[in-house]
Design a protein around this ligand. Structure first.
Ligand SMILES: Nc1ncnc2c1ncn2[C@@H]1O[C@H](COP(=O)(O)OP(=O)(O)OP(=O)(O)O)[C@@H](O)[C@H]1O
Ligand SMILES: [Mg+2]
Length: 395
């Protein structure tokens, strides 16, 4: 019953689609325009042709630093042989079909001159400059799956924590503000401890800030973990069920104690560890040390002991569950960016993924070096051939 309700709610979510994308002085592109319809998008071409750069441009239509977390300066087109920020203006403009009709969204950097260091990117909605980029969350959600994420379960906790925080941020952009405030107080406390001045009032103030923000961050992570589990645990066709557990000192305490009790406990913990933290730097524990544990449900084993292909299938299932969860939460589908989507997936899984995308009705942007690997999507997608710095629509 629950499943039937969810399926119908997801199928009622509207498709958000880019119907025109224009890049100016962006990465390897001088000027490039793509006209397309709301179906999925296939970008094929040789290595280094400029496929991922297009996905990155689309990722900037949502709030945040985009899928490569690049600085605004790195996004400007550099001339061959030049490794520094050219100081050039760059822009990404798009017409996006939203539930409220087409909206023109633009983002970029204005000319800074060679010595310019202006980092903040400007956002324009319907030609009007917005006060910040958070307004983008009113129009577009973006979810990505990148080749670098193939090692998510094998590498250290930092990447998994970032992945988890990105999931939370997708539902609640103010998560970034919470996390930044926590990290700011953590750095200030570390600086103060380093000076050796044991200014109790000042330290207590910073620890108070850390405690309240830590509880908010951990609670948001647990909430999103629980919401995603409902959709991820059963899997999707050949994409196995996943169980996500945000873990860490604060996350664990929240299982046993109330939020206020956890704040008190963490404040006491920080005060107790001042001497150690003064010696080692940073803070011994907190939400900056948390991790995300993922289990492969059918095999009942941790993700990291699964094969490369199994891990990719697990991660793909998690991305599909996240897409569904966003559709249920927002009533609209996110743009999906699937870079080198075929890598590590066998033919059946690749086909199943294309089917899932078409069933969801999401505009998925997919890249690959070989057009033939997308044959199953023929007549169901916008196909573009990408050659060094130029993109041509083929069907
Ligand atoms: N700021 C920039 N200015 C000019 N060129 C850039 C800039 N940033 C990246 N490039 C270049 O853009 C080119 C295309 O990169 P991109 O990552 O889009 O390739 P790709 O088609 O995804 O290749 P692959 O199949 O290997 O993943 C690369 O040669 C890269 O060096
Ligand atoms: Mg690429």
């Amino acid at each position: 019953m629950r499943e039937a309700n969810e399926t119908s709610a997801v199928s009622q979510a509207s498709t958000i689609a880019v119907t025109r994308l224009t890049l100016s002085n962006f990465r390897c592109y001088d000027f490039q325009r793509l006209d397309l319809d709301s179906r999925p998008v296939v970008l094929f071409g040789k290595n280094g042709a400029g496929k991922t750069n297009i996905l990155e441009a689309v990722s900037l239509l949502g709030p945040g630093r985009g899928m490569r977390r690049a600085k605004a300066g790195d996004l400007a087109r550099r001339d061959a042989g030049c490794e520094e920020d050219s100081g050039r203006a760059w822009g990404v403009a798009a017409t996006v079909e939203t539930n409220a009709g087409p909206v023109d969204i633009g983002t970029g950097r204005e000319e800074t001159g060679r010595t310019g260091t202006r980092e903040r990117r400007v956002v324009r909605i319907e030609g009007e400059t917005a006060r910040g980029q958070s307004v983008l969350a009113d129009y577009v959600d973006v979810v990505w799956l990148l080749p670098q994420m193939d090692r998510l379960f094998l590498d250290g906790a930092i990447a998994r924590r970032r992945f988890l925080d990105r999931l939370v941020f997708g539902f609640d952009p103010s998560h970034a503000t919470r996390m930044n405030a926590y990290e700011h107080s953590l750095r200030e406390r570390a600086k103060l401890l380093k000076t050796g001045r044991n200014d109790d009032r000042w330290l207590s103030g910073l620890e108070e800030q850390m405690a309240t923000k830590a509880v908010a961050v951990a609670a948001a992570r647990k909430d999103i973990g629980a919401r995603l589990n409902i959709l991820a645990v059963d899997g999707w066709g050949p994409f196995p069920g996943a169980q996500l557990t945000p873990t860490g000192l604060i996350e664990g305490w929240l299982d046993e104690f109330s939020a206020l009790e956890v704040e008190d406990k963490f404040r006491a913990f920080l005060a107790e560890h001042r001497m150690v933290d003064a010696k080692v730097g940073g803070a011994k524990d907190g939400v900056h040390k948390s991790d995300l544990l993922v289990r492969h449900v059918p095999k009942d084993q941790p993700a990291e002991v699964c094969s490369t292909g199994e891990q990719k299938a697990l991660l793909t299932g998690m991305v599909l569950a996240n897409t569904k969860a966003l559709a249920l939460d927002r009533g609209r589908l996110p743009l999906l960016l699937l870079d080198e989507v075929g890598a590590h997936l066998d033919e059946d899984r690749r086909k199943a993924l294309f089917e899932a995308i078409c069933d969801l009705g999401a505009q998925a942007w997919m890249t690959g070096t070989d057009a033939a690997s997308f044959d199953a999507l023929k007549s169901q997608a916008n196909f573009f051939n990408v050659e060094t710095g130029s993109v041509t629509r083929v069907s």
